[in-house]
Write a protein that binds this ligand. Structure first.
Ligand SMILES: Nc1ncnc2c1ncn2[C@@H]1O[C@H](COP(=O)(O)OP(=O)(O)OP(=O)(O)O)[C@@H](O)[C@H]1O
Ligand SMILES: [Mg+2]
Length: 293
């Protein structure tokens, strides 16, 4: 009972931290509020990617409405990570277009994606393993700072204010993600499940409008998946983020998503509510390898 009370208090503290963090980004919230009136935050329009003879994505089209969690599912090799790599401009697509807030990403370089408002986590974690949890999360927020070599060397007053703001937001995220006890620990010394939360913190630190999550539940145990589900809901509710969630964990994806898009061999085979996609015969066949046919 005591433990339960403490957990509830911790949850309330984390929700307060999320509210404070959300408040400290009033500028971003006003952008979110304005984009919330738009029907879609992201439009993928006929995107095609070929690697030699392999067509990894074949005229893929779907939309992600602002404020929604959209699940992206499909068997191994379906093209999910390839699509994420197109969204973050790591891969070029040979046909089609991707619109973010109605603007094409074709001319945006990979290093401009985070400042545009698209954050992502990687299927194979992209963390600095010898740096601490706090340092890794703080690095994720650097795309929101203006200071460069010269302004840092001159220690201009606004540089100090910017650094203080970054440090404060980092601490709030550390708290939100329940990482306080390991904030100074090197990432490489932490269990995999905790490293995944650091990766999420690094992506959130860039203050994205759209968060791309590539298998956040991969390698997590049952309790960690349940906690992740709560965390994703809290993040969406408190920070009003739009999320595109690649996941093999069907229980998670069907419970948190508002909409699910299913890919198979690079093609969209279903797009609808979780219940509709779960009941879709083509999706069932794709997962069973045709056994159900
Ligand atoms: N850089 C690349 N070079 C060549 N082929 C690639 C490359 N990246 C992906 N592919 C191929 O594209 C197809 C889609 O791969 P992708 O990694 O996008 O699948 P996925 O849906 O993310 O699978 P998983 O669920 O296993 O992560 C596969 O056939 C893969 O081998
Ligand atoms: Mg993948």
């Amino acid at each position: 009972m005591q433990l339960l009370t403490r957990q509830c208090a911790d949850t309330r503290k984390r929700h307060r931290a999320a509210r404070a963090w959300a408040g400290s980004r009033s500028c971003q919230e006003s952008i979110i509020a304005s984009s919330a009136n738009r029907a879609d935050l992201l439009n993928v329009e006929g995107v095609t990617v070929r690697f030699g003879g392999i067509t990894a994505l074949d005229h893929v089209s779907f939309a992600v409405p602002a404020g929604r969690i959209v699940g992206l599912i499909g068997p191994n090799g379906a093209g999910k990570t390839t699509l994420f790599n197109c969204l973050s401009r790591l891969y070029q697509f040979s046909e089609g277009d991707i619109l973010f807030e109605g603007r094409s990403l074709q001319q945006t370089p990979a290093h401009g994606i985070a400042s545009l408002g698209i954050g992502r986590t990687f299927q194979n974690l992209a963390l600095f393993r010898t740096m601490s949890v706090r340092q890794n999360i703080m690095l994720g927020g650097h795309c929101r700072t203006r200071s460069g070599f010269l302004s840092n060397a001159l220690r201009l007053p606004w540089v100090g204010r910017e650094e203080a703001g970054l440090a404060e937001r980092t601490d709030e995220l550390v708290h939100l993600l329940d990482l306080e006890s390991v904030a100074q620990t090197r990432v490489m010394d932490l269990p995999f499940g905790t490293q995944k939360r650091v990766e999420l913190g690094r992506a959130l630190a860039s203050q994205p409008k759209l968060l791309l999550l590539d298998e956040p539940a991969g390698g997590l145990n049952h309790e960690e998946v349940e906690a992740l589900m709560e965390l994703l809901r809290a993040i969406r509710e408190r920070l009003q983020l739009t999320m595109l969630l690649v996941e093999h964990h069907m229980n998670l994806v069907m419970r948190v998503s508002d909409q699910v898009v299913a890919l198979d061999f690079g093609r969209v085979i279903a797009d609808g509510t979780p219940a509709e996609v779960q009941a879709n015969e083509t999706v069932v066949q794709a997962y069973l390898g045709g056994v159900a046919a």
